[in-house]
Design a protein around this ligand. Structure first.
Ligand code: PXL
Length: 285
């Protein structure tokens, strides 16, 4: 229980605002808020929905506005505890994220979720240029959170499925950390047909692997739910391996509810009802 009143951790969340479909900012903001963090939004694009399996969406790129947001916030002399980047609309936006990393200063935790694809494929509207810029952004991060598809894209390796052994997950994490980040989490991986989870390597070389029961289906936004919860739990002072366990349980519980109510897998997870437990698991309340 945290009784003393301290200022909330302040996070710049650089991600798209997809109005419908529960991913990116519409997931990151409520989860960070629930974990007492102040989420400051820099939209990379504004869409009617995300692009995963929903056609006819509108998309407005925000590259020019992002540069203005960055310049304005910099001029205000604010303190930030973290920068969390996700979906980037253009490769150019990686340069703006780099500038933000630079002016917020080294005390801020730089989390790069290299959102590029899933199931061995790049997301439809993304290109090889996105992959190259994401690779260079990963090099500047303290923590990166790729799924197996994204890890393979960033490392230039062929995708051979999400199945790992503890040894192969560790080797992949070591290769990812060799790109530059001190910590990495490999998400959406499994050691068996009926499990799903994440492996981590922290700044002290401590490896961990945590899995839950797999809920059938290809659920959109699950990665964003997971990564937002990891960051929120980290900012509460938890160790990376504990954050992954807390976030994996939170994501699993949301999937169980979504599955039980027969939700459309494209429409995101029922995470809201799990926010109270997430707070308790992260050491709040
Ligand atoms: O959750 C990944 C993601 C984020 N943002 C947008 C997407 C996707 C995946 O399809 O389309 C706009």
């Amino acid at each position: 229980m945290h009784n003393e009143l301290t200022p909330a951790k302040r996070v710049i969340a650089i991600n798209d605002l997809s109005g419908f479909g529960k991913c990116s900012l519409t997931v990151a903001l409520p989860i960070l808020s629930a974990l007492n963090a102040e989420a400051v939004a820099m939209p990379t694009a504004v869409l009617s929905t995300h692009t995963g399996g929903i056609t006819g969406f509108s998309l407005l790129g925000m590259t020019e506005e992002m540069a203005k947001f960055s310049a304005h916030w910099k001029s205000l002399g604010l303190h930030f505890d973290s920068v969390y980047s996700g979906w980037l609309d253009t490769a150019e936006q990686a340069q703006i994220v780099r500038e933000v990393f630079d002016w917020v200063g080294p005390q801020a935790l730089r989390l790069v979720d290299p959102v590029l694809g899933d199931n061995g494929k790049l997301y439809g509207v993304l290109t090889e240029e996105h992959v190259r810029s994401m690779r260079s952004l990963c090099a500047m991060a303290n923590l990166i959170t790729p799924n197996m598809t994204e890890a393979c894209l960033v490392l230039g390796r062929p995708f051979q499925g999400d199945r790992v052994t503890p040894a192969s997950a560790r080797e992949m994490l070591e290769a990812l950390c060799a790109l530059g980040p001190q910590m990495a989490a490999l998400t959406g991986i499994c050691t068996a047909d009926n499990t799903i989870g994440a492996a981590t390597l922290d700044q002290n070389g401590v490896f961990s692997l945590y899995e839950t029961e797999r809920i059938p289906g290809n659920w959109h936004g699950a990665g964003d739910v997971f990564t937002s919860a990891v960051l929120g739990a980290l900012l509460c002072g938890n160790a990376l391996a504990d954050c992954v366990r807390i976030a994996a349980d939170f994501t699993h519980d949301a999937l169980v509810r979504s599955y039980a109510m027969g939700a459309d897998q494209r429409f995101g997870l029922d995470f809201e009802r799990g926010l109270g437990k997430l707070r308790r698991d992260a050491g709040l309340d």
